[in-house]
Ligand binder design. Structure first.
Ligand SMILES: *Cc1c(COP(=O)(O)O)cnc(C)c1O
Length: 378
């Protein structure tokens, strides 16, 4: 976003201010579709559950990946329902419930929607049969997460060797397994992860089909698509080229392929503007205290292992400095080595590409509320 636009918005709305640019959301969605024409994008709502973001992506043609009842309802309330007449399972076209572990209460609430849900173990098959007998299933496969910024495979995923038995167990229980899913880890810059995962999935499909389970026909390649935080991240089209060639090599044309991009859609769509509220010299370098920190929009520094950089609106020679958030906790440290020009109290700073796993995990710790959100180019 242009600096003068950000400054004007901050003057108008105050700080901390989380500015979401819907032109960028639309551009990211269009880029994803352009390079992966065989793939339907199910936006992973946990990256940023703002209803306005859900609506914009829905209008672009997106479907959604949710992992809790509140997320399910955010999507359900914000999309126009398709007529129920054509397909009983219309909701599968628009929503996947991609949390392999679901509380029984959640299953009971979900059942009326005939949802598509993921699973990776036998207990879950029993739970789904009892509490959501109208659900369809997708088996979550464990795949290598090497080199991803956020690892997800230690918590979820059936070992490939057990996958087909779990598919068989679900059919035996009277349920239908519609597909196979995996997640290569978030901000996955090691494209080999996808290639390995696709090969593992392909073997599971073949084995399942050979045992007579032809209904397993959806391939869900999960999320992990990296946001261009810095120049080391290879372009998305390179990843897409690898994926497309593996799709064509391994999977019949008639197979449905879906993905669950979260970060890729929203990371570059938001900018945070904050204000310097304190300043001192400590350990021989300037220390700035700003009115947003790791309990708030910068929460990704802790939970998402993502480092954000700050920029100033003013020019001037840069110095190494520390930047802290507003709470009383020393953990509330944004950086001990940021490069900024000499700032004064009241000066504004901003941080770009902060749309994913940021505002979504803000707290009210110490009495400081999350940043105000505004939407531009909606
Ligand atoms: C978090 C998550 C996603 C989104 O991952 P990104 O790396 O943000 O694309 C997709 N699917 C599942 C099951 C997830 O848990």
């Amino acid at each position: 976003m242009r600096q003068d636009t950000l400054k004007k918005l901050a003057r108008e709305h105050g700080t901390p201010l989380f500015v979401v640019d819907h032109d960028v959301l639309r551009r990211n969605y269009a880029e994803f579709k352009k390079h992966l024409p065989r793939v339907q994008a199910y936006y992973a709502v946990k990256a940023n559950p703002d209803p306005a973001i859900v609506r914009t992506l829905y209008r672009m043609g997106a479907s959604f990946d949710v992992a809790s009842m509140p997320e399910f309802l955010i999507v359900h309330k914000n999309i126009e329902h398709l007529p129920h007449t054509e397909r009983q399972d219309w909701i599968w076209d628009k929503i996947i419930y991609a949390n392999p572990i679901k509380a029984t209460e959640t299953l009971e609430q979900l059942d009326q929607y005939k949802p598509l849900v993921t699973y990776d173990n036998l207990e879950e098959v029993r739970k789904v049969r009892r509490h959501a007998p109208h659900a369809g299933l997708a088996l979550r496969l464990k795949v290598p997460n090497t080199g991803a910024m956020v690892e997800l495979s230690s918590k979820f995923g059936a070992p490939p060797g057990e996958a087909v038995d779990l598919i068989e167990a679900a059919f035996r229980a009277g349920l239908v397994v519609e597909g196979i899913s995996f997640h290569v880890g978030s901000q996955c810059t090691n494209f080999e992860n996808y290639v390995q995962a696709l090969n593992l999935a392909s073997n599971v499909f073949k084995e399942a089909w050979s045992r007579g389970f032809e209904q397993v026909k959806i391939l869900d390649i999960g999320g992990g698509f990296p946001a261009p935080y810095d120049a080391n991240v290879k372009p998305f089209r390179e990843l897409a080229r690898r994926l497309n060639s593996e799709f064509n090599r391994l999977f019949p044309k008639k197979m449905e392929i879906l993905a669950e991009p979260g970060r890729f859609m929203v990371a570059t769509a938001a900018t945070l503007v904050a204000k310097v509220i304190g300043k001192k010299v400590a350990d021989g370098k300037p220390s700035y205290y700003i009115n947003d920190g790791v309990y708030h929009t910068f929460s990704g520094i802790i939970f998402d292992h993502c480092q954000y950089h700050l920029k100033a609106f003013k020019q001037g020679p840069k110095q190494i400095c520390s930047v802290f958030g507003p709470t009383c906790d020393a953990l509330d440290t944004i950086s001990l080595a940021e490069e900024l020009p000499d700032l004064r109290l009241g000066d504004l700073v901003y941080s770009e590409n902060i749309g994913a796993y940021s505002h979504a995990s803000s707290t009210y710790f110490n009495g400081f509320p999350p940043a105000k959100v505004i939407h531009v180019n909606q």
